[in-house]
Design a protein around this ligand. Sequence first.
Ligand code: PMP
Length: 438
Amino acid sequence: YMKYFNDKCAKSKIETEKAKNAVPGGIQHNLANNHPFALAIEKADGPYLYDIDGNRYIDFLCAGGPTILGNNWPAVRDAAINQIRENGPVSGLYSVYERELAELIKKYYPTVELFRALGSGTEADIIAIRLARAFTGKKHIIRFSGGYHGWSDQLVYNDGCTTEAMKNGVPAECFQNTHEVPINDVEALEAMIKKYENEGGVAAFIMEAVGQDSGAVPTTKEYHKAARELCDKYGMLLIYDEVVTGFRLGMGGAQSIFGTSPDLTVFGKIIGGGYAGSGGIGGRKEIMSMLTAGVDASDNIKVKVGGTMTANPLTSLAGITVIKELERLNVHDALDKASDYFMRGIADLSEKYDVPAIIYHHSSILHIDVSGVQHVPYCIDSKDPQFQSQLEDAYMNYIEFSMALAAEGLIIANGGKTYLPYGSIDILDDALAVYERV
Ligand code: PMP
């Protein structure tokens, strides 16, 4: 596959060299897809990405999640172009699209009584824990080991699996009130809550609803129920980070599947329709009502939130259009079937060629991990130097696997996890053929 990059991606290679003088490292923030250099993508259309050398790739990255329908989906594109042409993309003030998006989210998430749009998932996670602290008057936050809730100072830290780069620039004070527990372990969660009960108390348990790192190991229904009970018992909030799962696992996200009720839900990605500035938080009225700081002086429990591009009409309208398309086309049913078909194909390949792999999926969130090591222990056991080195090898295997797939014409997301977009349903056999070649 190195031959492919050298022979077929000459312009991208030159572009990376040029970019080094203007962009740190000449690379993109997406960690897995910068090897041996960043492919410069010129066009994202339908199920494909096209680089500046004119090469075409099947897109299983889906921009990291938002483009569930496929790239440049006509209804979304047309709504956006019309908005830009007729009304302009941003005003900095209220638009009716802010309400319409909130109403659509409320319709599918009964736990959301009020919704506030924000600029990104990272921002929405920041405000989630701030709200929890303000509402409960407590200090500590508990999360899963190995989970991801954006890159803010208080949430970036993963005990045991943090690389130096993730810790650099983050003072210990920022994460000393954030504590980690292993997935699906109710006793560990309760023990952690008790540990801090008399030291300021625990304000919230925040979890990616299907499991850490978007589902490296799935959470169980029993665990969700127990987490809800513990949050009630100790007077703390349950926060679901549904940045990935919201409108992807189904219209109602993970919470409709598990049948539980978080106090707050964090959204991102799909609700922005693939446009910039996509995030938001929704939840119980009495908590969400605190997000009015600066409007009047009558209420003493107010929480500040901001963001220049927050609820901009272009992104809100794109999100509304995508959600309506998901409804209209019954996209999740089609994606469930397509994902089952695709993953069965992958399992057959794994057997046929005797390549051990960890293979499972939650609807169109696919986990195809040939690295030999799953992410979970990466985060729990990596203090063991021998295991750490095994994990580093696994990471390199993973990078090589991504590169080989790209050379054969398919781009995936990070960490063995990838997304199947609705627009690619007709070319699943082509995608399986790529995996077979690799
Ligand atoms: N939470 C989860 C579960 C995520 O997967 C991500 C992004 N991958 C975020 C939060 C952060 O969202 P954003 O990239 O929009 O800041």
